[in-house]
Design a protein around this ligand. Structure first.
Ligand SMILES: Nc1ncnc2c1ncn2[C@@H]1O[C@H](COP(=O)(O)OP(=O)(O)O)[C@@H](O)[C@H]1O
Ligand SMILES: [Mg+2]
Length: 227
């Protein structure tokens, strides 16, 4: 394992349902090196998506410390206004790529323009983007719009977008969950192939034990969920 990329200590999160406070995560510790991989498992509602959202700053913890890509965020202190928000936004823009269950592509842009936009925001050369679509075997679909391709092809385009930013860390939230088994296996193969090739770290939330077994580490949130 290369140098430490992510360190989480004592992370906790609850939501306010309106009538009660619902604890979701408590006392989560994680360590991941550059190029490492971690599977997040747990039943639906166990907090997998919430944890991924905390790890890219889309949610704020109640307690705990997150050190990621050289930036330190302390959840015990009130959020440091725009300072923390800006640092998280910069990490999401340049260093932390997120893949969701459904590819979140801009519907009015071609697949290639989607990848170019994402790469450009991350400071990467938009001219390399056709090559990312080729690597994901959808080069011939570059000019199509997201609603003109299949779910598996959209998810390949989502992977192209994320890897074109050349992230240090990819957070994948059930990235194959909306696909049939065969297509899901192909997309998962691409995800692990590109992770190995680019050397980024990966955190993968999944229900699928076979997929989880392909990661080096595993955290089962069913065992950490608060009573
Ligand atoms: N924004 C929110 N407001 C209130 N409750 C939420 C919110 N987001 C998630 N939850 C609750 O937190 C729990 C964990 O949700 P989630 O992280 O989506 O689980 P998973 O991804 O493992 O299915 C669930 O009980 C869910 O209802
Ligand atoms: Mg989820």
């Amino acid at each position: 394992m290369q140098d430490e990329l992510l360190r989480v200590r004592g992370l906790a999160k609850h939501f306010d349902s309106g009538t009660e406070l619902v604890p979701v995560l408590s006392d989560i510790d994680l360590t991941l090196g550059g190029g490492g991989s971690l599977a997040l498992m747990g039943r639906s509602g166990s907090g997998k998506s919430t944890l991924l959202n905390l790890l890219c700053g889309l949610e704020q913890p109640d307690a705990g410390v997150i050190s990621v890509c050289g930036e330190l965020f302390n959840g015990r202190q009130p959020r440091n206004g725009r300072g923390d928000s800006r640092r998280w936004a910069d990490l999401r823009c340049r260093h932390i790529g997120v893949v969701f269950q459904e590819a979140n592509l801009m519907p009015a842009m071609s697949l290639l323009d989607n990848v170019r936009l994402r790469a450009g925001l991350a400071g990467q050369d938009p001219d390399d983007c056709s090559a990312w679509l080729e690597r994901l075997e959808i080069g011939e679909l570059a000019g199509r719009y997201p609603d003109q391709v299949s779910g598996g092809q959209r998810q390949r385009a989502a992977l192209a977008m994320v890897f074109a930013m050349q992230p240090a860390l990819v957070l994948a939230d059930e990235p194959t969950g909306s696909l049939d088994r065969h297509t899901a296996d192909d997309v998962a193969d691409e995800l692990f192939r590109l992770q190995a090739k680019t050397g980024c770290a990966l955190i993968l939330a999944t229900h699928d034990a076979e997929l989880a077994a392909r990661c080096e580490q595993r955290l089962d949130l069913a065992h950490t969920a608060p009573a």
